[in-house]
Design a binder for this molecule. Structure first.
Ligand SMILES: [Zn+2]
Length: 136
């Protein structure tokens, strides 16, 4: 079982899931997502996914359940395979360009898809011909 070195489970699931499951919520997330989050953190510095546990407003940037206003049954977020990342030391577009320029780099090798044109980095580990890109 993989647990992130650089992220608490609260950063990756919404409050109701954390309250119901605690540390068992790690089981709801794809390990390829978790491994890649740690690799991105090692390479690019601090990343915000959710921050509800520190009194801020992001709670749907990792796992998404049907209570989310952004819920979609087919979103990779609904399967624990996606994260929306904000970077403290760089910006999403710079990271996106690095990923697309070197998709087989060790840091990025598990990424299936990235969204284009967003101020955050959405990446996911879907089963697809990589790296798939799309506009949200
Ligand atoms: Zn997303």
């Amino acid at each position: 079982m993989y647990k992130c070195s650089h992220f608490k489970i609260q950063e990756l699931v919404p409050p109701a899931i954390f309250e119901a499951r605690g540390e068992k919520a790690w089981e709801l997330l794809d390990e390829r997502l978790l491994i890649t989050l740690d690799r991105l953190r090692d390479r690019f510095g601090p990343i915000t996914v959710n921050n509800w546990h520190s009194g801020k407003d992001r709670e749907w940037s990792g796992l998404r359940t049907k209570e989310s206003p952004y819920y979609s049954a087919t979103s990779q977020h609904s399967f624990g395979r996606a994260a929306d990342c904000l970077f403290s030391h760089t910006d999403a577009e710079s990271v996106r360009q690095e990923i697309l320029a070197a998709p087989d780099d060790k840091t990025f090798e598990l990424i299936g898809s990235v969204e284009l044109g967003t101020s955050w980095l959405h990446f996911d580990v879907r089963n697809c011909k990589r790296i798939k890109t799309y506009y949200p």
